[in-house]
Design a protein around this ligand. Structure first.
Ligand SMILES: [Zn+2]
Length: 529
């Protein structure tokens, strides 16, 4: 993907005549094969783990603790590569094993915290689209393999007919729930994300260079969801009315300076809702993005003949900049003769402009999307434009927007790429949106329900889909944060399982300790409470 303002070795694989999304065409660039990862994973077993493995025969199967310890030297030899043992060493090893096994065999057998076993992995970065197991340890993806033993993890979830994908990334949201002047607009990320498999959101311009620190204090620092931001070229941020039309408040220099101050959080510059004929908002946004080496996202505001879309996409934006609301039809996206993509859209794509869905409450039209998709003009990324109004309109949630593209005939693996690896690349976060060993263990477990689903657009016209993506489980930083069907839980009237007693290693949901406290207090009489 051609981001000329980033330090990347990847070269564009675009040709001028193609309208294939540039991110899709570059998906395999630098990708890692499963075999590569397997060999890396073998090397990833660090010395401390190896020494525990060497000393303990329970490592591959907790049940083996019941075996005689006479096999221990063999295990030790295998794992350490040392060929000889002495009687004294054998004695000491046996004594250690006997001392350890009765106490807690599982403690030493379970090198992973969480194992998702038997799911169908879709990982665009690594070109994986098949059934594999995924093991997680210390908040990171630890191993991806065809058969990881159940007993090797504290908690193993056996999946069937479910898809395991990187945690979803939504690059167009509005997350500032208590934003001054816009109290009815934003949605706190955790209220909406995990139940949809989303682990990363980008707030698209709610804050500007003068208000970003406040947004960070109020939202980013309190959300369990990873919240990144594109800051608005308007210093006051997205507060509606005249403020968003105030040209004097659109300043590249302080915007770039704020982006430089928070490079871990600010991933882009946003321009939105501008109604005037001037080019200045876009010029300032691009200048800020150039200085800060980050992309610009454009909501192109009112359609004005003084600044046609073709000029924006062919000359003003840089390759790697993002045009959102691509299927709105509001600004001349369609060719008037054919109904397919207009010249600016085609030329923009050929230049490497990124096209994002940004469904919103007024930015997705079937009458636009269907002919553009038929003409091969597919999205680079699928996003929601989440806010209080869109979540209750035709947008609903990210999976519902993804369903629209399944209905239009896109393969599931491409739709998943559009909500994982593609947006990760667009915001220059290549560690996100994939299941490489060592990547943050942000994972979604999805299933597909089949039926008759009338999917709405902004005009309440419908297009029937047969597939409905449902989020069954979400893992953030290696811990379960959402579990639709309670597959991680114990029956309420059973004693806590061994896995539940170690829930801190794999779950952010309830723990047995607090359950016991609750039970104690509920069984006490009112007088004794
Ligand atoms: Zn928006």
């Amino acid at each position: 993907m051609p981001f000329p303002f980033t330090n990347t070795d990847e070269s564009s694989s675009l040709s001028c005549q193609t309208i294939v999304p540039p991110i899709k065409s570059a998906l395999n660039d630098g990708s890692q094969s499963v075999c590569d990862r397997e060999s890396e994973m073998a090397e990833d077993i660090d010395s401390s783990e190896a020494s525990v493995l060497a000393l303990h025969p329970c490592i591959n199967d907790a049940a083996s603790c019941e075996q005689t310890p006479h096999d221990t030297p063999t295990v030790a030899n295998t794992m350490t590569g040392r060929g000889r043992t002495t009687p004294m060493r054998n004695f000491l090893l046996h004594a250690l094993v006997l001392a350890l096994c009765p106490v807690s065999p599982s403690l030493f057998a379970q090198e992973y915290d969480l194992l998702l076993k038997g799911g169908h992995i879709i990982d665009a970065k690594n070109s994986v689209d098949k059934v594999l197991d995924v093991a997680i340890k210390d908040g990171l993806i630890a191993r991806v393999d065809s058969s990881i033993p159940e007993a090797s993890a504290v908690k193993t979830l056996i999946l069937k007919d479910e898809y395991v994908t990187p945690g979803l990334i939504d690059i167009h949201t509005h997350s500032w729930v208590d934003q001054p002047h816009m109290l009815e607009h934003g949605v706190f990320p955790d209220d909406f994300t995990f139940r949809n498999g989303i682990t990363t959101v980008v707030d698209a311009g709610s804050s500007g260079w003068r208000t970003f620190p406040e947004f960070k204090d109020h939202i980013i620092d309190h959300a369990k969801t990873r919240v990144l931001a594109m800051i608005n070229i308007v210093g006051a941020g997205m507060i509606g009315g005249a403020a968003e039309q105030n040209l004097s408040d659109m300043q590249a220099e302080p915007t770039a300076a704020m982006a430089h101050k928070y490079p871990d959080l600010i991933v882009g510059i946003k321009s939105a809702h501008f109604n005037g004929p001037e080019w200045l908002p876009y010029q300032q946004a691009v200048e800020a993005g150039t200085v800060a080496h980050i992309p610009v996202m454009i909501d192109y505001g009112a359609r004005r003949s003084e600044r046609p879309l073709s000029e924006l996409l062919e000359h003003v934006l840089r390759p790697g900049d993002i045009y959102t609301h691509m299927y709105s039809g509001h600004r001349g996206e369609q060719d008037e003769q054919t109904g397919g993509p207009g010249r600016g859209m085609r030329e923009g794509r050929a230049r490497g402009i990124i096209f994002d869905v940004g469904n919103g409450s007024g930015s997705f039209s079937w009458a636009v999307a269907i002919p553009l998709v038929k003409a091969g003009f597919l999205p680079d990324s699928i996003s929601t434009d989440l806010h209080v109004h869109s979540m209750n309109s035709d947008m609903k949630d990210l999976l519902n927007v993804a369903d629209k593209f399944l209905a239009l005939g896109l393969p599931l693996k491409d739709v998943i790429a559009d909500v994982t690896w593609n947006p990760a690349r667009e915001i220059q976060r290549p560690k996100l949106g994939n299941l490489s060993v060592g990547a943050p263990a942000d994972v979604a477990v999805l299933s597909i329900h089949h039926g008759h689903y009338a999917l709405q657009d902004m005009y309440n016209t419908t297009f029937v889909g047969r597939d409905r993506l449902v989020c069954d489980l979400t893992v953030r930083n290696g811990k379960v944060v959402y579990d639709l069907n309670g597959i991680t839980g114990d029956p309420f009237d059973a004693p806590p399982s061994s896995a539940s007693r170690q829930a801190k290693r794999w779950s952010a949901l309830g723990e047995p300790q607090s359950r016991n406290r609750a039970r104690d207090s509920s069984t006490k009489s009112p007088q004794t409470r």
